[in-house]
Design a protein around this ligand. Structure first.
Ligand SMILES: *Cc1c(COP(=O)(O)O)cnc(C)c1O
Length: 428
């Protein structure tokens, strides 16, 4: 496949946009080469500026669970746009999507809409701090909660000491309030809590990790976090920006039957428009302005186009709960096919899946946390990525990303993908 026009467009973009992209993961830094510019997308396919068709396994990094340009979402946006695109005043639509979300997700009474997953997580942590009157939070290495300061933290000098900034611009003052733990390691969390008695406001976690490849929680991990939080007056925040409305109608809380105190959403909840949200039971949500003292706001929050897209998406998922089963079956089929061809070609790998999330790690050991995810062979991944691209298959340009299976993918698409992986892995 040729990417002449994409390369030209990227060169133009680089002159006026830092790195040519508006979000760094879109650049091909980890795999080499230049990003592909999209012209349009429909169902399971992307159509790029050079006229290539690609089977899409990123799906806008998660939102397009029903495939691209899903007709009811597109129609809802078009109809709403004709009536005005933003008012900065309440609309009935906001109550409709809020009521539907509250009915689909366990353990939440109220929900507040924002514009991105980043905002949702940032606001959830502020709310938790306001509610508990404590400053510190625990996050897990390799979990991503957006790019707000409190989350851009890496391990400090000792496991029990506080983290240090992992981006210039994040102050040491901010970093000292974020403690870093190992995913799937309850001991580690208990030690941190012990060393910071009555100081921790919240533990924020991706209940199924998706930003270091796909890493499901070990049996007992989330249950253990729940217990530690309850015992120590800490709020448990589930960052379900990736998993919410994807792994089940009620997200991981429903799938694994665990109660979080605050839940963050993004991606699917916006149907492909910029939406995030956070939700909790009433006593916590009532702490937010204008009812309570914790401030949070947004000019475009609850925007009518975004709410229309999100509502159409949630309605589609709510009225066809079998979709989650269908997606899981497709994922299992793809995983079994990949497993077979990679084994036949003597490739060293581990496949992790849950629901409609799947990732292929090029390392033999089980991938259970950031360290084991980082052990993957990136040179093999680069060949894998570019090989698949040549075959017309688009996976995320980084080994640390999950692939997303959509309802639009057919079994023919999956078979085509498995054959392509067979071909590409013969060249490793
Ligand atoms: C994508 C993601 C975010 C950030 O959402 P944005 O809309 O990109 O700001 C936060 N948490 C998780 C788990 C995510 O996957």
């Amino acid at each position: 496949m040729l990417y002449k026009r994409s390369s030209q467009l990227f060169a133009e973009a680089e002159k006026v946009i830092p790195g040519g992209v508006n979000s760094p993961v879109r650049a091909f830094k980890a795999v080499g080469g230049t990003p592909i510019f999209v012209k349009s997308a429909k169902g399971a396919y992307l159509y790029d500026e050079d006229g290539n068709r690609l089977i899409d396994y990123i799906n806008s990094w998660g939102p397009m669970i029903l495939g691209h340009a899903y007709e009811p979402v597109v129609q809802a946006v078009i109809e709403k746009a004709k009536l005005g695109t933003s008012f900065g005043m309440p609309t009935e639509l906001e109550t409709q999507i809020a009521a539907l979300a509250v009915s689909m997700v366990p353990n939440i009474d109220k929900i507040r809409f924002v514009n991105s997953g980043t905002e949702a997580c940032m606001s959830a942590v502020r709310l938790a701090r306001g509610f508990t009157k404590r400053d510190k939070i625990i996050k897990f290495a390799g979990c991503y909660h957006g790019h707000s300061d409190s989350f851009l933290i890496q391990a400090g000098s000792g496991a029990i000491t506080f983290g240090s900034p992992n981006s210039p611009g994040v102050t040491a003052g901010t970093a000292k309030d974020t403690l870093l733990a190992k995913y799937n390691d309850l001991e580690n969390v208990a030690t941190l809590i012990e060393a910071n008695k009555n100081e921790i406001a919240a533990i924020i976690v991706e209940p199924v990790a998706g930003n270091m490849g796909c890493i499901p929680p070990n049996k007992g991990f989330l249950e253990g976090l729940r217990q530690l939080c309850t015992d120590n007056g800490i709020l448990l925040i589930f960052d379900e920006v990736m998993t919410g409305f994807r792994l089940a109608a009620g997200g991981v809380q429903e799938l694994l039957n665990i109660t979080a105190d605050i839940v963050c959403f993004g991606k699917v909840i916006g149907g492909g428009l910029p939406v995030g949200a956070f939700a909790a039971r009433e006593e916590i949500m009532n702490y937010l302005a204008p009812l309570g003292p914790v401030y949070q706001a947004g000019t475009l929050s609850g925007n009518p186009l975004a709410m229309a897209a999100g509502l159409a998406m949630l309605q589609a998922l709510d009225s066809d709960r079998a979709i989650f089963q269908r997606l899981e079956e497709k994922t299992a089929y793809l995983a079994a096919g990949i497993d077979k061809v990679l084994k036949a070609n003597n490739v060293v790998f581990t496949i992790n899946t849950i629901g409609s999330m799947i990732s292929v790690h090029f390392d033999a050991a089980p991938v259970v946390d950031f360290q084991t995810a980082a052990n993957g062979d990136n040179e093999t991944f680069k060949k894998f990525f570019h090989g698949l691209l040549k075959e017309g298959i688009y996976i995320a340009p980084s080994a640390y990303e999950t692939w997303f299976i959509t309802d639009a993918l057919t079994y023919e698409d999956l078979d085509f993908t498995i054959r392509a992986i067979d071909k590409v892995s013969k060249t490793f």
